[in-house]
Design a protein around this ligand. Sequence first.
Ligand SMILES: Nc1ncnc2c1ncn2[C@@H]1O[C@H](COP(=O)(O)OP(=O)(O)O)[C@@H](O)[C@H]1O
Ligand SMILES: [Mg+2]
Length: 353
Amino acid sequence: MGKFTRTFKEIKKDMFQECGGKASHLGELTSMGLNVPYGFCLVADAFFHHLRENNLENEVFAIAKTINYDDIRDLDQKTEKIRSLIESAPIPREIEEEVVENYNLLGKNEPFVAVRSSVAIKDSEISSFPGLMDTYHYIKGAKTIMDYVKKCWASVFTSRATAARFKKGIEHERAIIAPIIQRMVNARCAGVMFTLNPVNGDISKIVIEGAWGIGEGVVSGNITPDRFVVDKVILEVSERTISCKQLQYVYDPDQRKPVYKEVSIENQKRCCLEEREIMELVRLAKVIEDHYGTPMDIEWAIDRDFEFPENVFILQARAESVWSKKKTEPVVGKKTGYELIMERAMKTIKLAQ
Ligand SMILES: Nc1ncnc2c1ncn2[C@@H]1O[C@H](COP(=O)(O)OP(=O)(O)O)[C@@H](O)[C@H]1O
Ligand SMILES: [Mg+2]
């Protein structure tokens, strides 16, 4: 185990203090043998090491203490100053060496990676602010990765994130990002799935939402996704909504970054998933839910460069937060899987007569 890094194989589920929630879950999913793109994270302490080695620790938190939250300009200026201190300081060599070593193990010829933010704190409230911390896609080369690692560290000091912590009474020293460096899925399509129906809390269903390109488009709400409601027991798609998906968030080789592009007319109304891919996602959702023993919220992506089933990747899993807090009541007017099975069984009997 490195001093500043943990590979997904090394990350255990109770390491959320040093690796953050997202990385701990990725470690757990990896140890379950699921198809998770391989990667590693920098531990929370790497950030403090960066600050200390650059003599920034006192300065950063001293500036943060003087912010006047009633004055937007003061908030903007001071958080920008803090971010630029973090980003312009060189990353200590001992951290860089570990990152380079681990990056080289992810693949030959500088593979593309995603640099993702994992919030290294027990307090789950922090990670629930939407769009708070950043994810960078299709990053390549150790030097560039280091820049994005610093952007992740600095992203806790956007005006919005800083003000949100102030409002919740969370100390700035406690909100640390453990950046994740993970192989990029070259996503043909991607999205989310829930092991219950998020519309009504029905735990007999799995709901999959997906669209063309990287999942960012679906997660951010910029693209209206295709939607599939699948029964957990009889494994049948009970509802299927194919949306008109005019945009996709995909890599642009000229700009060397992902951008929103038009989807061809024939693909706009085409289902983004094959039947067998839907069924594989359902299988994975059930495995993950059984393992955690609670309804789950999962991110997935289908890689255009691999054959089925190796192309079906899991990118994140966390406990579903809305319905799991409520008492699950029987859903009026909706049939459970068992009821459907019984209905079928009866039909068969009728036919046989
Ligand atoms: N390794 C990866 N390969 C491809 N897409 C990814 C990868 N990691 C994340 N993404 C996509 O980027 C989106 C945002 O990533 P994530 O790090 O989970 O941020 P957030 O915490 O905002 O959900 C996800 O929806 C996912 O589809
Ligand atoms: Mg996510």
